[in-house]
Design a protein around this ligand. Structure first.
Ligand code: 13P
Length: 251
């Protein structure tokens, strides 16, 4: 059975007050697509204003600390995200795994902290070009997933996985349909092994240069339950055709 598609935007370090108009435009246009879940993960400093601008629309963070409070300068807890009105957060994005040297253990702890606080989680995994070229993409991503997955699924909040090949992020290159299908099947298998029947309900998103021009093809692939979109999520004019493609692909 096909899962309801989730199309989430990751604004990364983009977005000022003046861009709240795009958040509003996206939230407004998304009402036409009740069969797709749409979310925007904006810079943390914009979360509260975005939530006020679009009540009821899913606004998320892009990272979270694993502790509930303490001496962690510059960090944000799950409770703080909730307090600002966020309903979800990304964890383990490759840009953080690389630049902030986040380990799988840390990503796992972040995912657990967020879920325990009632935040839905999009947990990212993905291989480098070098790993892909040496034919080790599947085993690398499965190992990364295995070590990053929260120990248990919760009833209160939902886990989704985003498969984002690092070499496809912001490059305009995307993995082939065959490679995406193969990886998503491997991820689905691991989720089943870990969570049993509940693993079937976990949405697996594809991310990396998703655009209006390739979204329809990507959403046809088995076990692609949505997309995590970077650059093309910043403007409603670029993002909404991706949401529309997800709506058409349903069932
Ligand atoms: P792009 O869509 O800009 O390639 O970014 C993908 C991404 O990293 C989303 O988290």
């Amino acid at each position: 059975m096909a899962l309801k598609k989730l199309v989430a935007g990751n604004w990364k370090m983009h977005g000022l007050s003046s861009d709240l108009a795009e958040v509003q435009a996206i939230a407004e246009a998304s009402r036409q697509y009740p069969d797709v879940d749409v979310a925007l993960c904006v810079p943390s400093i914009l979360i509260e204003r975005a939530v006020r601008a679009v009540p009821g629309f899913a606004i998320g963070g892009q990272d979270v600390h694993h502790s509930d409070k303490g001496a962690h300068t510059g960090c944000i807890s799950a409770q703080m995200l909730r307090d600002a009105g966020a309903t979800l957060t990304i964890v383990g994005h490759s840009e953080r795994r690389e630049a902030q040297r986040e380990s799988d253990d840390e990503v796992c702890a972040k995912a657990q902290a967020a879920l325990a606080c009632g935040l839905n989680v999009i947990l990212c995994v993905g291989e480098s070009l070098q790993v892909r070229e040496t034919g080790k993409a599947i085993e690398t991503v499965v190992a990364q997933l295995e070590a990053s997955l929260p120990h248990q699924a919760t009833e209160e909040a939902e886990l989704a996985i985003a498969y984002e090949p690092i070499w496809a992020i912001g490059t305009g290159q995307i993995a082939t349909s065959v490679d995406i299908a193969e990886m998503h099947a491997a991820v689905r298998g691991r989720l089943g092994a870990r969570y049993g029947g509940a693993g079937e309900e976990v949405r697996i998103l594809y991310g990396g240069s998703v655009k209006a021009s390739n979204a329809t093809e990507i959403f046809q692939i088995a076990d692609v339950d949505g997309a995590l979109v970077g650059g093309a999520s910043l403007k409603a004019a670029d993002f909404m055709p991706i949401v529309a493609a997800a709506a058409e692909a349903r069932g």
